[in-house]
Design a binder for this molecule. Structure first.
Ligand code: SF4
Ligand code: SF4
Length: 358
C-alpha cells in the first residue's frame, strides 16, 4: 500500500518581516550599540560596526486614499531606498541610511502637507479600531474620532512638550478590539438592546446568543408564537456583545450610545508595573463628524498632565503620585456616583476576568 504523505500546511499568516527591512537594518540585526533622538520625529540608530540609520516618523490619518499612499511611497523611493513601514499607530516610517538626506526628506514631507513627529515625549498618533468603513458593529467611527482629535493635537505630535509619551486609543464598540491607553476613548452603550422579535428566529442561533452574554441576562423565549429571546434588563450591563451574533438585538443608538474616557492604562513595565485604565468621564455625546466634546475633555486632561506631572511620569504614574482626588480637581472633571462600580453582580463579572480573582 502506498505510504500516505502528510498534508503540508499552507502558510497564510503574516509574511516574515525581515525581508522588508532596509538592508542596513537587516545586516545589523541585533547588533545595535545605541540610539538617540536628534529632533522630534527622528531617530538615529548606531550599530556596533559603525553603520548608522535614521528613522523619520510621519503621522497619517490611517484611512489613506490611493493618491496619498502613492505619494508617500514615491517619497520613500526618492529618499529611503524604497523601504517604509507602518507603525501600530498608523505612522509611516522612512529608514534613511544617508544622514545628508534627512533634512531634505523632512522638507519634502512638510511641503506635501505631512507632519513629522510622534517620538519620545510627544502625543503620538492615536491607535484606533476600524470604525464605520470596515466593521459591521461599530457605534461610532473610531478613525473619525482619531482624525478630528489629532487635527487639534498636532502641535503636541510635532514637539516634545509632554512629561512623557502619551498613547491615546479609541474604540468603536465595547467588546472587541479596543486597547489600553494613557487616555482611551471608548463607546459606551447606556440602554439594553431592543429586540426585533420578528427576525430573531430567522437570523440568530439562539443558544449562541445566550452563551455570548457575560452576565447571563439573555433567555430563550416565545414571543407572538415565534421562538425569540428576552433580556433581563436588571442584569444587562449594556455591553453590546449580543449584537454581533444577533443583529435583531440592536443596541446602537444615536442618543444613548455615548463616548467615555478612561485614563491611566499602560502596557509597558519599563519604569512601573502595567496598569489598567479607569473610567473618568462618561456620557459624552457621540457627535460626528468632529466629536468636539470629547476632544475638549482630552485637551483638558492633557493640559493638567503637562502642568502638574514630573519629568518622565506617564499618566498612570502621575495619578498614582497625586491621587484621584487631585486628578479630578486639576482636570475640573466632576466625580459622580457613576464612577463607583456598585453593580449588584460586579463581583461575579470581575471574577470572570483572567486578571482579577477573588
Ligand atoms: S472595536 Fe468593535 S466595532 Fe470597532 S472595529 Fe473592533 S469589533 Fe468592530
Ligand atoms: S448587552 Fe451585553 S449584558 Fe446586555 S444582554 Fe446583550 S450581551 Fe448581555
Amino acid at each position: 500500500m502506498a505510504k500516505a504523505h502528510p498534508r503540508t500546511p499552507i502558510e497564510s499568516g503574516c509574511p516574515d518581516g525581515i525581508q522588508y527591512m532596509h538592508p542596513v537594518m537587516r545586516s545589523n540585526f541585533g547588533q545595535w550599540k545605541y540610539h538617540e533622538d536628534p529632533q522630534p520625529g527622528v531617530l538615529r540608530h548606531v550599530a556596533k560596526g559603525g553603520d548608522e540609520i535614521w528613522t523619520v516618523r510621519v503621522g497619517t490619518q490611517r484611512i489613506l486614499d490611493l493618491f496619498t499612499l502613492r505619494k508617500l511611497c514615491e517619497i520613500g523611493d526618492r529618499y529611503a531606498d524604497g523601504y517604509v513601514r507602518f507603525t501600530i499607530r498608523s505612522n509611516i516610517e522612512y529608514m534613511v541610511a544617508d544622514g545628508a538626506k534627512v533634512a531634505l526628506l523632512i522638507q519634502t514631507l512638510e511641503d506635501e502637507g505631512f507632519v513629522v513627529g510622534g517620538t519620545r515625549n510627544s502625543v503620538t498618533s492615536i491607535s484606533h479600531t476600524q470604525g464605520w468603513l470596515h466593521c459591521d458593529i461599530p457605534a461610532t467611527d473610531a478613525s473619525g474620532v482619531a482624525k478630528s482629535m489629532m487635527d487639534e493635537l498636532v502641535d503636541e505630535f510635532k514637539s516634545w512638550q509632554m512629561p512623557n509619551r502619551v498613547h491615546i486609543t479609541t474604540s468603536c464598540c465595547q467588546i472587541n478590539c479596543g486597547g489600553q491607553g494613557d487616555i482611551a476613548i471608548n463607546i459606551q452603550h447606556t440602554k439594553p438592546p431592543r429586540i426585533d422579535h420578528s427576525k430573531v428566529a430567522n437570523i440568530c442561533e439562539r443558544p449562541l446568543v445566550v452563551a455570548r452574554c457575560p452576565v447571563a441576562a439573555i433567555r430563550p423565549a416565545m414571543v407572538n408564537g415565534k421562538p425569540s429571546l428576552e433580556v433581563d434588563e436588571r442584569k444587562c450591563i449594556c455591553c453590546g456583545a449580543c449584537y454581533p451574533p444577533c443583529p435583531p438585538m440592536q443596541i446602537n443608538d444615536p442618543e444613548h450610545s455615548k463616548l467615555a474616557i478612561w485614563v491611566g492604562g499602560n502596557h509597558s513595565n519599563a519604569r512601573s508595573r502595567p496598569t489598567f485604565q479607569k473610567l473618568v468621564v462618561a456620557g459624552i455625546p457621540n457627535n460626528p463628524p468632529r466629536w468636539p466634546e470629547v476632544t475638549a475633555i482630552v485637551k483638558r486632561i492633557l493640559a493638567a498632565y503637562k502642568n502638574s506631572a514630573q519629568d518622565w511620569e506617564r499618566i498612570s504614574d502621575w495619578i498614582d503620585r497625586i491621587g484621584w482626588k487631585q486628578f479630578f480637581e486639576l482636570t475640573d472633571l466632576p466625580f459622580t456616583k457613576y464612577h463607583i462600580d456598585d453593580w449588584r453582580y460586579a463581583r461575579k463579572s470581575l471574577n470572570s476576568s483572567s486578571y482579577i480573582h477573588f
